[in-house]
Design a protein around this ligand. Structure first.
Ligand SMILES: [Ca+2]
Ligand SMILES: [Ca+2]
Ligand SMILES: [Ca+2]
Length: 273
């Protein structure tokens, strides 16, 4: 194969990835009704019916986590393992945090207070459980072929924040190589309100990691904050497109990248954020 057409093909592919963008769906307000249309618009853009697909691999349907099916034994005051939604309930996501772990809030009638002990700050979008990292405001979401350790990527991610009172909550997307490809702050809802923020790739971008920043504060335990002066924010439903396996690069593309390696390293750095 002549060298020139191969180089042109590689450059075209690279330019396409760099100029892509995401379609944003967002809303905020006092109650579930205020954000339901934005959530539904995101659902429609991602695909699948109004009911998310079952566990395991499900043929490209949308995936959702509302936390409400997590058993009492893994809810407040117990921590929820970060791999719960890839092992026990295989939906192809695992969570990590710089904090000490994760917790879903308890149902009424249990020993712990509902809503992490903040009845005047939080409400649910889907009753009764909410989700938070413990000792950190950061939750990172990695994607896998459901039920396996095979890395995967998705094309869309959205979630519901609870009690966003300043510019204190955001999502960031990174591709499979760790490059930042999207960031956006959540809209402010006012005290005890709900905010939906979701984004869908429209040019073939693949999300390998989602970093969620939920508020400026941290929850240490029920009713106890790391800093009482800053905005505390927790999370409800997560929605995302089915995680798909990261494709192996074609042999010809690898060869072309090898030939190009020198000039790519010397070229101008492109800011993808
Ligand atoms: Ca509040
Ligand atoms: Ca819920
Ligand atoms: Ca707050």
């Amino acid at each position: 194969m002549p060298r020139l057409p191969m180089l042109a093909a590689v450059l075209l592919l690279s330019a396409s990835a760099a100029h892509g963008s995401f379609v944003v769906f967002e809303a905020a307000g006092a109650d579930a009704a205020a954000i339901t249309a934005a959530r539904d618009g995101f659902r429609t853009a991602v695909g699948g019916d109004t009911v998310a697909g079952p566990n395991g691999s499900f043929g490209g349907q949308r995936r959702e986590i509302n936390w409400d099916g997590v058993p009492n034994t893994l809810a407040d005051p117990a921590p929820m393992p970060g791999d719960f939604f890839n092992s026990t309930s295989p939906r192809g996501v695992e969570f990590s945090t710089p904090g000490t772990g994760f917790m879903v809030s308890t149902n009424s009638g249990q020993s712990s207070p509902v809503l992490f002990g903040f009845p005047n700050d939080f409400q649910t979008f889907s009753a009764q459980r909410l989700f938070t990292a413990i000792g950190s405001n950061v939750t990172e979401v990695s994607f896998f072929l459901p039920g396996t350790s095979t890395a995967a990527t998705t094309s869309a991610f959205g979630l519901i924040f609870v009690d966003v009172e300043t510019i204190s909550a955001k999502v960031e997307f990174f591709d499979q190589d760790g490059a930042a490809i999207f960031t956006r702050d959540a809209l402010q809802s006012g005290n005890q309100g709900l905010s939906f923020l979701g984004a869908v790739a429209d040019a073939g971008e693949r999300i390998g990691l989602v970093r969620i920043t939920a508020g400026l504060n941290t929850i240490l335990s029920n009713g106890n904050l790391g800093n009482p002066n800053d905005d505390v924010v927790v999370m409800d439903d997560f929605l995302y497109a089915e995680p798909l396996q990261v494709p192996e690069p074609p042999v010809l593309l690898l060869l072309g990248l090898g030939l190009l390696a020198g000039c790519v390293r010397r070229g101008p750095r492109r800011d993808l954020t």
